[in-house]
Design a protein around this ligand. Structure first.
Ligand SMILES: Cc1cc2nc3c(=O)[nH]c(=O)nc-3n(C[C@H](O)[C@H](O)[C@H](O)COP(=O)(O)OP(=O)(O)OC[C@H]3O[C@@H](n4cnc5c(N)ncnc54)[C@H](O)[C@@H]3O)c2cc1C
Ligand SMILES: *[C@@H]1O[C@H](CO)[C@@H](O)[C@H](O)[C@H]1NC(C)=O
Ligand SMILES: *[C@@H]1O[C@H](CO)[C@@H](O)[C@H](O)[C@H]1NC(C)=O
Ligand SMILES: *[C@@H]1O[C@H](CO)[C@@H](O)[C@H](O)[C@H]1NC(C)=O
Length: 748
């Protein structure tokens, strides 16, 4: 069976509006070769499809249903028949099942060509896929007249006269090699290519999941710290080109770090290889070109689909890979964009090749016919939606809410468009839909998990305390969270109730009265710690409750415990909130959370001190302090006598400092150097730190390794990234500089 015939079958089915009830080419669920059996057994399908001679049919049988159009030469041989009979190449299933010569020819072919196939399999093939079950238009269910063994038994002598597909079959024919073999080879190679396509799709999909996990597991091997520092300084942390990572290049796109670039490069290379290789080519009836085009085009179609689950997975807030790796959300969002780009490029290649084939009438595509088919439109809808999504993502920073809403709508159109693109053309038989099912499942999982987190977070009331023109503090009593949370303000964003924004939980507060009168609470999670609480608060040791102990301490916590956020006014909802007259009852807020690291042991819990890395340097810009506090907190360490903790905090006015210190329970002075427990705090108000000088002095004089955490404006993060990787490439007077860099992102 060549593509011409296949296409004719499909085309005639489409033309007749056929959807169900015809022979199933395939069996099972999954992917071709993995759960789905396509054209099995191949010898039997080759017999069935290569026997296409003119048959002597009754007009009644011919009228019963659509002919099995195999695309063989049009125009029946001019042979006179008796009344009510006609000789035709386009015989119907009913005619075939009533024609003993035909049945016997097929049965004998099965017997002689499928020597190694069990009788049971052949019986089943005969019954389900056999010649007479092309129930084309579903008007008329065929009743099988005779079983395989019975037909075979009726052949008295082994047939000798060869089949000739242009001569009336009024004898039982033996199918000669010249007719059978090309059919068989084409079919086998067609199936084998489909299996390869599915396999390569699985390679993309599975390696997109396994590679991040494998790379993250590498860090559990006992590498010497100096190697890791050097490796990170050269291969992982710096931007691939230039000096920008957190700040978009030309405001357009994000330059990956070298580590991210390695994975991107891997994805690109594997995609090129998987599309270029593994094509089996056999061209008995087709020009070389169309066959090769067809292969490459089909391959890119499948590879494009195989990217979809990854695109959805990488994008999710509840991305299982976030729990299994130590890669950050912003890394996965970057991968999301690259995977989406590759997905689009494959789709473009696929459609350009098919367009070319249709225009040049190759591989049995005819532009005038195919371009008006619904499957064609659906493909166009999907690819257009994809392209718009990719282009619009450049604007995401500027019009976030518009971008988000259109992104979701277009994603639905991609899935639906792809679904009908393949379903109208291949029904469900080729298993292409499985990719779409996985993608949808990933998406549904993310949304369901968000819903669960919303329910868990619940609807609370938020109380706002202005700090100065730029910042305010938001207290949400009753909320239990750590890490970061997403907030919905249903009464503020009336027109977009789904709108929500991420914020870092800065701390925990005890709010027993109505006016926010926060007092730092430190609860360590075990009942006997409760007694020590007051003592420790006055002690001012651990500046801030660690995420874990805070959740665990819930049963012992006083009434009215909740979270504190510090928010910087931007242009959207963050600037609308203070304009609301909130009053003493607070503002309704829905809390989705909490998203904290440390869900699984595979993840890095917040940076914690080790013997090799006892020191901590935190660098915060403005409200970025909220992303830093958890790190300061988890660094309350056994190694305290050795390790040093420093915080550099640059901001515009002192009011935010006083407000944060108020929450932490330290009294505010005006000095720029202060201590929070065992943390040396250096402030820079209204001017920038000379980060290079500070970091150089600290890192080169430190005993042991240092963890550097930065959270602030993108420019600041980029500066720190550049300085730290620069410094850690060289030795200082004390030997190698051991550094671990952690960039807490406050935007994506
Ligand atoms: C993990 C994380 C933690 C954060 N923690 C804090 C915090 O503790 N305090 C704080 O003040 N800010 C924090 N931010 C930033 C905060 O989410 C944005 O400032 C806020 O969403 C802006 O809202 P807006 O409507 O005023 O935005 P606009 O003024 O309309 O936009 C300002 C910027 O925020 C981005 N943005 C808008 N909405 C979202 C969204 N839903 N998700 C991601 N980015 C968005 C836009 O792309 C734009 O770059 C955090 C961001 C992240 C990703
Ligand atoms: C077709 O079959 C009918 C009935 O057996 C017969 O009369 C007619 O001659 C046949 N036609 C040919 C071309 O053999
Ligand atoms: C098939 O029949 C046609 C005409 O009857 C003849 O020209 C041709 O050679 C035959 N083909 C074979 C392979 O016998
Ligand atoms: C079969 O049909 C051909 C005409 O196509 C005729 O010449 C031949 O005699 C027929 N053979 C039999 C066995 O009926």
């Amino acid at each position: 069976m060549d593509f011409r015939r296949l296409a004719f079958i499909v085309a005639s089915l489409l033309l007749h509006g056929v959807q169900a009830g015809i022979t199933s080419y395939s069996d099972g669920f999954g992917f071709v070769g993995y759960g789905i059996q396509l054209y099995q057994p191949e010898c039997a399908w080759a017999c069935l499809l290569c026997i296409a001679p003119p048959l002597n049919c009754t007009t009644e049988d011919m009228a019963s249903m659509a002919p099995v159009k195999m695309g063989v030469a049009e125009g029946s041989p001019k042979l006179s028949s008796g009344d009510g009979w006609e000789v035709t190449l386009n015989s119907t299933p009913r005619c075939q099942q009533n024609n003993d010569f035909f049945l016997q020819t097929v049965a004998y072919c099965l017997k002689s060509r499928c020597a190694d196939v069990t009788l049971r399999t052949l019986d089943k093939f005969w019954d389900t896929d056999g010649p007479f079950s092309y129930n084309g238009d579903g008007r008329d269910q065929l009743v099988r007249r005779q079983g395989y063994t019975k037909v075979l038994g009726a052949i008295r002598d082994a047939p000798t006269q060869p089949l000739n597909n242009t001569v009336l079959l009024n004898y039982t024919a033996a199918v000669p090699d010249e007719i059978y073999q090309p059919e068989y080879n084409t079919l086998r190679i067609y199936v084998s290519n489909e299996v390869t396509n599915a396999r390569y799709g699985l390679v993309i999909f599975l390696s997109g999941i396994m590679m991040p996990i494998a790379f993250s597991l590498l860090r559990f091997l006992p590498w010497p710290a100096s190697w890791v520092t050097r490796f990170n300084a050269y291969v992982v942390d710096p931007p691939a080109f230039g000096s920008q990572h957190s700040t978009p290049v030309w405001g357009l796109g994000i330059m990956p770090t070298r580590g991210q670039a390695l994975f991107v490069a891997y994805l690109c290379l594997i995609n090129i290889f998987l599309n270029a290789f593994g094509h089996e080519i056999f061209t008995p009836n087709l020009t070389h070109d169309s066959h090769f085009y067809n292969n490459v085009s089909n391959r890119s179609g499948v590879l494009s689909f195989a990217h979809l689950p990854l695109v959805f997975l990488y994008a999710g807030r509840n991305n299982t890979l976030l729990w299994l790796t130590n890669w950050s959300r912003s890394t996965f969002l970057l991968m999301h964009r690259w995977a989406a780009l590759l997905c689009l490029l494959h789709a473009v290649l696929h459609s350009l090749l098919h367009l070319h084939m249709a225009v040049a009438n190759l591989g049995n595509l005819v532009y005038a016919v195919d371009s008006v088919q619904p499957y064609w439109y659906c493909g166009i809808i999907a690819i257009l939606s994809m392209s718009i999504m990719v282009l619009a993502s450049i604007l995401r920073q500027k019009m976030y809410e518009l971008f988000l809403a259109s992104h979701i709508a277009l994603a639905v159109m991609v899935i639906v468009g792809c679904y009908y693109h393949v379903t109208l053309k291949y029904r469900l038989d080729w298993g292409f839909q499985t990719w779409l099912y996985i993608s949808t499942a990933v998406w549904v999982f993310d949304r369901a998990a968000r819903l669960v987190r919303c329910v868990r977070g619940g609807i609370k009331r938020a109380f706002l305390t202005p700090i100065d023109d730029d910042y305010y503090r938001l207290d949400i009593p009753g909320a239990i969270a750590s890490g970061h949370i997403y907030l919905y303000f249903p009464t503020v964003s009336l027109w977009r109730p789904w709108e929500n924004h991420p914020f870092s939980v800065a701390g925990v507060m005890d709010r027993s009265s109505h006016t926010p009168s926060p007092e730092h609470v430190l609860v360590e999670g075990s009942p006997d710690q409760e007694a020590k609480r007051t003592e420790q608060v006055s002690d001012n040791q651990g500046s801030h409750t660690s995420p874990k102990s805070e959740t665990a301490s819930r049963p012992y916590s006083p009434r009215g415990i909740g979270v504190v956020l510090f928010i910087r006014k931007r242009d959207g909802i963050t600037s609308l909130l203070p304009k609301r007259d909130i009053g003493p009852k607070g503002l309704p807020v829905m809390v989705e959370g909490s998203y904290s690291p440390g869900v699984t042991f595979l993840q890095d819990d917040h940076v914690s001190p080790t013997h090799e890395f006892p020191n901590l340097i935190c660098i915060a810009g403005g409200v970025g302090i909220t992303g830093i506090l958890p790190s300061l907190d988890s660094f309350t360490a056994v190694t305290r006598p050795v390790g040093r903790k420093k915080l550099y905090w640059g901001l515009r006015t002192m009011s935010l400092v006083h407000s944060v210190e108020n929450m932490l329970g330290y009294d505010g002075k005006e000095a720029l150097n202060r201590r929070w427990g065992d943390v040396d705090v250096t402030l820079s108000v209204g001017q920038r730190f000379d980060l290079r000088r500070q970091l150089e002095a600290d890192l080169c004089s430190q005993q042991g390794g240092t963890t550097v955490v930065v959270c602030g404006a993108p420019e600041m993060a980029d500066d720190v990234r550049r300085i730290v990787s620069g410094l850690s490439r060289h030795n200082s007077a004390n030997g190698p500089v051991l550094v671990k860099l952690v960039v807490e992102n406050c935007s994506w």
